[in-house]
Design a protein around this ligand. Structure first.
Ligand code: ZN
Length: 271
């Protein structure tokens, strides 16, 4: 069995159904989880990016057996007006039984889209790191055009028990070794299958699987074989098969090592 450690179920459901009603989204989320299971992908972790999406993720994870969630605010979604949302995230953590919310994020820094506010992003990032530390949960880190600054914020906490994953890793080999040296995992997604992405393939070939988590980031980043379509968690098996081919090892070995890594980082006990 493969584990999809990073998908956005409510966004997949919205794209597939064009609906915004909670009941329809929930039913579709159940369907997607089942489809994934039938493709040997289970459990899944659905990732919050705003307070609203964290709330939906949590509702789904509370009710669907093979589903866990994280809650957090994406760096591109943290506006000053949403500062209060951090307190609300904390309230969600306090009122939820253990083992359903398995991480904090996605959070981090994104200096790609114009109009970003560095200081504000850093403040949101530090706040969510502290939340992760208090609740002993791993961090799901999003970083874009901001790797060095992301790393230096992580290093501010080097004496704490901070753990996590650099989700959708897309830096170079040197950066990958920096991440691993800090005990963090690399999240590998569909782009490893893209013809131009030789660097990501080099990283996985050189570093092996001990620090790798598989993820789809669905509905985004479909693997090459379904490019242009809506991505979904079952595709994590496609990424796994691609890596097995790349490393010339059995697909079962890829599933076993990456699922062991996912369980070790996120816990993922039977609910
Ligand atoms: Zn994501």
């Amino acid at each position: 069995m493969f584990i999809d450690t990073h998908c956005h179920l409510e966004m997949i459901a919205e794209k597939r159904t064009n609906a915004t009603e909670w009941q329809i989204i929930f039913q579709e989320a159940q369907k997607i989880t089942k489809e994934a299971y039938l493709s040997n992908v289970s459990p899944l972790i659905t990732i919050g990016t705003t307070l609203a999406s964290s709330d939906i993720a949590l509702h789904c994870a509370t009710q669907i057996p093979d589903l866990f969630c994280t809650i957090g605010i994406h760096p591109s979604d943290g506006k000053e007006s949403e500062r209060d949302d951090l307190k609300k995230l904390e309230a969600l953590l306090k009122q939820t039984a253990p083992g359903i919310i398995v991480g904090i994020g996605e959070t981090g820094l994104d200096f790609h889209h114009p109009g970003f506010d560095k200081d504000q992003q850093k403040a949101f990032f530090r706040n969510q790191i502290e939340l992760a530390l208090i609740h002993k949960l791993p961090l799901v880190i999003h970083t874009r055009n901001a790797f060095d600054e992301t790393l230096s914020i992580i290093d501010e906490y080097r004496n704490e028990q901070l753990r996590g994953v650099f989700h959708c890793f897309s830096e170079d080999l040197q950066a990958a070794t920096e991440v691993i040296a800090r005990g963090f995992y690399l999240g590998i997604d569909g782009p490893i299958t893209y013809p131009k992405n030789t660097e990501l393939r080099r990283i996985v070939s050189m570093l092996g699987l001990s620090n790798i988590l598989l993820e789809t980031d669905a509905p985004f980043l479909p693997p090459q074989s379904i490019r242009g379509k809506i991505n979904h968690p079952a595709q994590v098996a496609t990424i796994g098969a691609f890596i097995a081919e790349l490393l010339q090892i059995p697909i079962e070995a890829v599933a076993e090592q990456t699922s062991t890594n996912a369980r070790s980082l996120f816990g993922l006990q039977k609910k």
